[in-house]
Design a protein around this ligand. Structure first.
Ligand SMILES: C[S@@+](CC[C@H](N)C(=O)[O-])C[C@H]1O[C@@H](n2cnc3c(N)ncnc32)[C@H](O)[C@@H]1O
Length: 270
């Protein structure tokens, strides 16, 4: 349908298609998808709005728009997501890194001593581990995930970005000794799952999202396996701060995210 159209007309077609499907971010999405189909960036797209699409480009663009109509997240369609200062390859095997998780990275960047050994549990795409090493090259960073598919993708991201980060398959507290163990584990309650946005529920891995009746199974398993005195920094939902502090030794503190919501709890295993 968009074959041989000029870019501006293809964009108008895509916009109408996404708006008809009630995609709230239709305008931005269509620009990103068209730029991706044309293998260019959004700025050049605007500068070359009169450029005619080749047949291949038109077909690619239509395919991307139809995937978005079915609510597939943009990051899976383009295959990448920016997080902090790095770009991570992502696909449906891993959670798409969220801006919420920047708070966890900031906490560790600010607090870890020079040369500290930091381990990222539930690394997914490798987002936290790789962003930490990018921002604090002095740290000795490693990572693990209970999903073999996530381990493969995190290793591929580390290799592509040229970072030395060993990634192992492991559930809960990993083998080894660390100064800090950091984690953005799944924390959504079972009963919240059906009500999630379809972009999330129908595409992102369930095991990256949901963790038992109160959402805290994975966090509890991690803390239970940690040696006494182990420093931990744990991301959680805004209403889970008190529950996570209660799982740790006294003195644990919760840090708010940019929106002022309790987001990361820092403390020691009892
Ligand atoms: C919310 S995702 C976070 C991914 C990544 N850390 C990020 O922030 O983008 C949670 C990750 O934890 C992994 N996971 C779930 N349960 C786990 C467990 N018990 N032990 C280790 N990893 C687990 C999932 O496979 C998933 O990759």
């Amino acid at each position: 349908m968009t074959t041989t159209l000029i870019a501006a007309a293809a964009a108008a077609w895509g916009l109408a298609r996404l708006e008809a499907a009630d995609i709230e971010t239709a305008r931005l999405d269509v620009e990103v998808l068209l730029a991706h189909a044309l293998r260019t960036d959004r700025a050049s797209l605007i500068a070359h709005a009169e450029r005619r699409l080749t047949e291949d480009e038109g077909r690619r663009f239509e395919g991307f728009v139809e995937r978005r109509v079915l609510r597939e997240p943009i990051a899976y369609i383009v295959g990448f997501k920016g997080f902090r200062h790095i770009d991570l390859a992502v696909d449906k095997r891993v959670l798409i890194p969220r801006p919420d998780t920047e708070t966890l990275v900031e906490v560790v960047v600010e607090r870890a001593a020079h040369g500290a050994r930091v381990h990222d549990v539930g690394t997914g795409s490798g987002a936290i581990a790789l962003a930490l090493l990018d921002e604090r090259p002095d740290l000795v960073v490693s990572a693990s995930d209970a999903s073999d598919a996530a381990v493969d993708l995190a290793r591929a991201n580390a290799a592509r970005l040229g970072f030395e980060v060993p990634v192992v398959g492991s559930s809960g507290f990993p083998p080894g000794r660390f100064d800090w163990v950091v984690a953005n584990l799944p924390y959504i309650r079972e009963d919240e799952y059906e009500g999630l946005d379809p972009d999330v529920r129908d595409f992102e891995p369930r095991m990256a999202l949901v963790s038992g009746a109160d959402g805290l199974d994975a966090i509890r398993e991690l803390i239970a396996g940690a040696p006494s005195g182990q420093k931990l920094a744990l991301e959680h939902a805004p209403d889970q701060g008190a529950a996570v502090r209660a799982l740790l030794a006294s003195g644990a503190e919760t840090v708010a995210d940019l929106a002022g919501r309790e987001r990361v709890t820092v403390g020691e295993a009892a």
